[in-house]
Design a protein around this ligand. Sequence first.
Ligand SMILES: Nc1ncnc2c1ncn2[C@@H]1O[C@H](COP(=O)(O)OP(=O)(O)OP(=O)(O)O)[C@@H](O)[C@H]1O
Length: 421
Amino acid sequence: MEASPPSQRGSDAASDIGNDVFADPPSNNLRLELDPSGLEEIIEYESGGFHPVHLQDVLGDRYRVIHKLGNGGFATVWLARDLKANATKYAALKIIRADASGDDCPELLLGRLQDSEHICLAVDQFKMDGPNGSHLCFVYPVLGPRASDGAFHAYDDLDEILHHACRSVTAAIASVHALGICHGDLRPSNILHPVTGFDGLAEDQVLAILGEPSRNPVLNRAGEVNTAPTAPGYLVYPVKWHTVDKSLFLKTPRLIDFGESFDVSSDAPEYPGTPPPYRSPELILEDAAGIPSDLWALGCTLFEIRTGRKLFDLFDDEDDEYLDAMCQILGKLPEPWWSTTWERRSVAVHRNYHPSVAHNARSLVDMLAPGLWYMNRKTFHKDIPSEEKPVFADLLGKLLEYRPEKRISAKEALEHEWFKM
Ligand SMILES: Nc1ncnc2c1ncn2[C@@H]1O[C@H](COP(=O)(O)OP(=O)(O)OP(=O)(O)O)[C@@H](O)[C@H]1O
């Protein structure tokens, strides 16, 4: 799920200080002492928001929290030891915000999916009451780095690994579609490689592998560590997977985050949460989420896994720039979209002259020309074989058809020649 604007519901700091026009934006009067990068927003710890968690808390009478795995707009995710398992076992605990924990929580749709090596299904769930409300908690297998993080870049068979990852994602989305479910938020950050080897280890051994969790103190207005029950005394930085032994990661990634999913026979969400680089034209222009918009996102996702780069990588991440970038690479939009977007399509400004950027690209083959680049930490580059480029571009083009009804299904995509190379 993409972060929604729940912080707008925060207690109003302006009312604390009268009619001061320079009042702070809505706030719960808390702040972080250290760098907030990679952490959930502190404003989300209030009634209806996140459940405050501290390391070593035991949740659901069963799960002891030992590290943080991540956070999103709707949940925080924790590594926990299952205290009731016969042997030492670990799980990922996804704690949903209180105001998203109703019976209509999309994550509950997971019950309809079959167990599969491509999809990460909850193994247990429970409800938990806390100072900010009642929270749904889903218990998942523990997964590791994102499929586009370059975890396997040093491997000789990297091309095959990426091919295999693309096949797994396509198979995952095909099985979701076969049940009449639209995922609604398909993108590389929701595709994770499983991590193995923790079960049977003591907690300190697991932490020796992952690194001790780092804390960022939560301070109140007086600059003291927060003790109010609605927020924790510190936030925890998530595990840094790039520091972990890569031999623990499995090569078949799994699809996560069904928080934007919906049954296609019912109404699609009013505000689909897919972020701009993965939004299909009908999603941008008509808010029309559905299986075809998943297929568009699949095209963008396969490109990103195979190349380490975003297909549409825009400076401002705005729909108008995105529409322009789309037209440059995929050609003119069909009518009426071409005429109705004439004025709003703003020309994307490329400020980056790095060799990983396909300047003046006018086709998907052009976009593949710079090859594979990972740049999040150490720069890594590898060419994509020239015989592969037109075949891959053909598959992408079939998923990135402007007209939703012309896109090939995920099942058909699996039969494409690129998956046989
Ligand atoms: N089973 C898991 N194992 C390990 N890490 C996980 C697992 N599930 C989620 N995470 C981590 O937690 C992050 C947030 O999870 P998720 O995307 O499911 O939550 P969300 O609130 O719906 O997020 P978003 O708003 O980003 O869509 C993920 O990006 C990932 O890094």
